[in-house]
Design a protein around this ligand. Structure first.
Ligand SMILES: *Cc1c(COP(=O)(O)O)cnc(C)c1O
Length: 472
């Protein structure tokens, strides 16, 4: 009966935040089972102290390089209003990708000069809102869009601040769907067009203030090299632009993509393909990203005698995942169990499907699964685990048999219906992407505070919410 042995500090624990007490999972000291009793299951749980400490880590990295660095939280990772409020209170800025995210950022109290706006397909209405608010930067995604912003500036009667987003053809070791700096990606202006694009943007200085340059190499980028390469490319464009036109850009935006270690507990890691393992288990410090980027720029600045330009540049980063992913988890209850005698598999059917964790389905993203009810028990038994949706693909393994997820999940022996499980590191791209498929009311979300108090930050849907926007 190895599963009766107490493991007080499993590898997935994070001291002071994610711990165990009397065999239960605790979040900043709050018992996960108490949360489920009070707020029902499934449930999103966030930790305010963890969000704060993730942001502190970024700020420390910024201080280390001893230059002006601004962090703009990529709100698409999680734009729950209370999460945004916590981010704002931590003193950093914000990145938005739609009129809706802009609305939320302003509503929660970010000042216009704290906001940057990315996106490939901005509407005229969105551009008017962004120009009207006077945000720090609209990141233009094509030469065509320069004209759209000019028209918005004309309509609104206000000068717009813009940066140009480039696609430099820089690969990373992340999923293709998460890489954004390849020429096969839909994002950005091709490098061969960059100088023309800047010249075009500088034609009407009364309408546009051209303040920066931007590359986002992608999400969960495990290595420092793509960041350094991107920074170097932007720096060189900045120098060329200055030489050719006299225009000095004020900021270089290195995008997001600082990775999160999803494999702090490596017990299932050997069941993942090597490439996935390296990506998901990445341990890259934001300080390494910043110092590598600056090192290449310094070298090149010295060679071009352009140190005075570098001294004037503010560096922007747009971290999303690295702020919120490991600050959140999903609690789910086992609702049904079955054994298939033919395969000898035990199936656990939970109440958390891919409508709550879309990445588990579309990127086969690995979220470490533990028992919250028996958090100190050894996980030595294999289960097939699946969600509640009426879709064969709603499983916690790779239904396509491409091996991108482990076929089985290890949990303590003799899991029974009613046991509460936790999908860890699931604070990013989860709640922000949830949907009502199968007539499922969306779950509640709670925020655990430093003092151990718990705030409801999203009410659970009622059945009525399922029909509020239908017209019949
Ligand atoms: C998604 C995105 C980010 C955030 O990426 P993370 O991996 O969550 O840090 C930043 N910038 C842009 C332009 C993005 O599209």
């Amino acid at each position: 009966m190895t599963s009766q042995l107490a493991v007080r500090h499993p590898a997935w624990t994070i001291p002071g935040y994610l711990e165990t007490r009397e065999n239960h999972l605790t979040i900043n000291g709050v018992d996960a089972l108490t949360l489920v009793r009070e707020y029902d299951s499934p449930l999103y749980v966030f930790s305010e102290p963890r969000i704060r400490s993730n942001i502190e880590r970024l700020k420390r990295a910024g201080r280390l390089v001893n230059r002006p660095v601004r962090f703009c939280y990529a709100s698409k990772a999680n734009s729950n209003m209370r999460v945004l409020k916590t981010v704002r209170a931590s003193g950093i800025d914000i990145e938005v990708n739609s009129g809706g995210e802009l609305f939320k950022a302003l509503r929660v109290g970010f000042r216009p000069h704290q906001i940057i706006f990315n996106g490939t397909s901005k509407t005229d209405a969105e551009l008017d809102e962004a120009v009207g608010a006077g945000i720090y930067s609209i990141n233009v995604d094509s030469i065509y869009e320069i004209e759209l912003v000019e028209k918005a500036a004309q309509r609104v009667g206000k000068r717009a601040n813009i940066a140009l987003r480039l696609t430099p053809e820089i690969g990373t070791r992340s999923h293709l769907g998460l890489q954004t700096a390849l020429l096969t990606s839909k994002f950005g202006i091709s490098y061969s067009d960059v100088l023309d694009a800047f010249r075009r943007a500088l034609l009407h200085p009364e309408l546009l203030h051209v303040s920066g340059i931007h590359i986002h190499v992608g999400s969960q980028t495990p290595d420092v090299e793509p960041f350094a390469e991107a920074f170097k490319a932007m720096w060189e464009h900045l120098v060329t632009l200055h030489r050719e036109t006299g225009h000095a850009l004020e900021h270089i935006n290195l995008g997001g993509g600082i990775p999160v270690n999803y494999l702090r507990d490596k017990s299932m890691a050997d069941q993942l393909p090597e490439h996935e393992r390296d990506m998901l288990g990445a341990e890259l410090e934001p300080s390494e990203v910043l110092s590598a980027a600056l090192n290449v720029a310094r070298e090149s600045a010295r060679a071009a005698s352009a140190e005075h330009l570098l001294d004037r540049v503010t560096i922007l980063l747009e971290p999303g995942r690295s702020i919120i992913a490991d600050a959140g988890l999903v609690l789910t209850t086992v609702r049904n169990i079955k054994r298939r005698p033919e395969t000898n598999d035990v199936w656990l059917l939970t109440d958390a499907g891919y409508n709550l964790l879309l990445s588990m389905n579309n990127y086969k993203w690995y979220y470490h699964l533990v028992s919250a009810s028996r958090a100190e028990a050894t996980s030595d038994t294999d289960y097939k685990v699946a969600g509640p949706l009426c879709d064969s693909g709603d499983v916690y393994f790779d239904i396509e048999r491409e091996g991108r997820l482990p076929d089985y999940r290890s949990l303590p022996a003799a899991v029974q219906p009613g046991e509460v499980l936790a999908l860890l590191n699931s604070g990013a791209y989860s709640l922000a992407q949830m949907f009502h498929y199968n007539g499922r009311p969306l779950p509640a979300a709670v925020m655990v505070r430093e003092d151990g108090k718990v705030d409801l930050i999203r009410r659970r849907d009622t059945y009525e919410d399922l029909v509020t926007n239908d017209v019949w």
